[in-house]
Structures are given as C-alpha cells and as structure tokens.
Design a protein. Structure first.
Length: 199
C-alpha cells in the first residue's frame, strides 16, 4: 500500500531484458535511509515491485510479463530517472490517496502548459478507463497522487505545484512521454458494483 507521496527519485543503472521480462537496478539513497530489506515492496514510477537485491548504491527488482505489458517499463532506458515511494508503514500519515501500485494502463503526455506557478499536464488515455477518471477525483501518475482538474472522453489534466515539478520526474516530462496510470481503487469498486447491479 502506498499514498502517492514520492519520497525521492532514483536512476536506472542497468536493465536486463528477456522476452517480456526485465530486471532493473536502480541507484538511490532511499533504501539505505529506510533500512530496506530484500522482499520489501517499493513503488517504482507507481509500479509496486519487490526488492530482490540490495546494493551499496541502491537496489534491484524483477519484472514479470504482466507488469511490462501494462506499464511504461518497456520504454525506460538506462540513465532514466524514476519516482520512488517505499511501502506505507502502520502509523504513518495518510497524505495523498490510497495507491496500490497496480498500474491500470499508460497515458501519453499531449499538453504541457505553465499556469503562473503551476504546470498543467494533459494526457491522452484509453477510452475504456473513462469511468474511473473524474474531475476533482484522484489519480496516480508514475506513482504521484494528483487531483484531476479536467477530463474529456480521451484526455484528462492535472496541475503540478512547484514542489511536485521539482521533486518528481513529472516536471521534466516531454510531449509524447509515456506514463503509468493507476485510477482510484474506490472508484473502481463503485463502478464495478453499479455495473453488476445493472446486469
């Protein structure tokens, strides 16, 4: 379980790919700072992964085919920066919103517009996820908990405060960048229940 409040960024130092699987090594001081252990969960760009090895400068994770198919991992390259969030511990503050690290789909950045101190990002996403994205609802983009400020049938927009622009990879995204999207789990259950009642 995560909250979408990014604790830091890491850099991919190695990617090993075999068919639709991958192994990533990521450089970051976070694992040392929180005394991570092998087997711990960590959100990498919003993807819940398991630490399989610890290194002096970071950690490694293995990625299965389902994860590669649903996320932007196939587009990542050595040297890319990624958002990191360790799993929530009991007793911690619940800022952000409930984020599971189970990515639904990817979206493409189609708009990037400064708005005084904020930066508005507009993303195109698959139409079948439209019921789960609502204005003023929550969404996780590369693991960052954000509020949807506008939505159409094929796009939605979020606005980044200066802190988010600086402390996550979202501030440096370029047009056509592919990002991971996790819609609000509560919304998914509500939509699922309503659809079941209408059958």
């Amino acid at each position: 379980m995560f909250t979408g409040i990014i604790r830091g960024m890491g850099r991919i130092t190695e990617i090993k790919r075999e068919k639709e699987t991958a192994s990533l090594s990521i450089a970051t001081p976070i694992t040392r700072q929180i005394n991570s252990q092998i087997g711990d969960s960590i959100a990498v760009d919003g993807i819940c992964l398991t630490i399989t090895a610890l290194h002096e400068d970071g950690f490694s994770v293995d990625v299965m085919p389902e994860t590669v198919r649903r996320t932007n991992l196939a587009a990542l390259r050595q040297g890319d920066r990624i958002n990191l969030e360790p799993a929530l511990q009991a007793g911690e503050r619940l800022d952000g919103h409930f984020v599971l690290g189970h990515v639904d789909t990817t979206a493409k950045l189609v708009g990037r517009v400064p708005d005084q101190n904020a930066l508005t990002l507009t993303l195109s996403f698959p139409h079948n996820y439209r019921p789960y994205i609502v204005e003023k609802g929550s969404v996780a983009i590369n693991g960052v908990s954000l509020t949807v400020i506008a939505v159409t049938d094929t796009t939605f927009s979020v606005s980044l405060i200066p802190y988010t622009q600086k402390e996550t990879v979202l501030g440096s995204l370029k047009i056509d960048s592919l990002v991971n999207i996790e819609t609000d789990i509560l919304g998914k259950y509500i939509v699922n229940q309503l659809e079941a009642q209408n059958e």
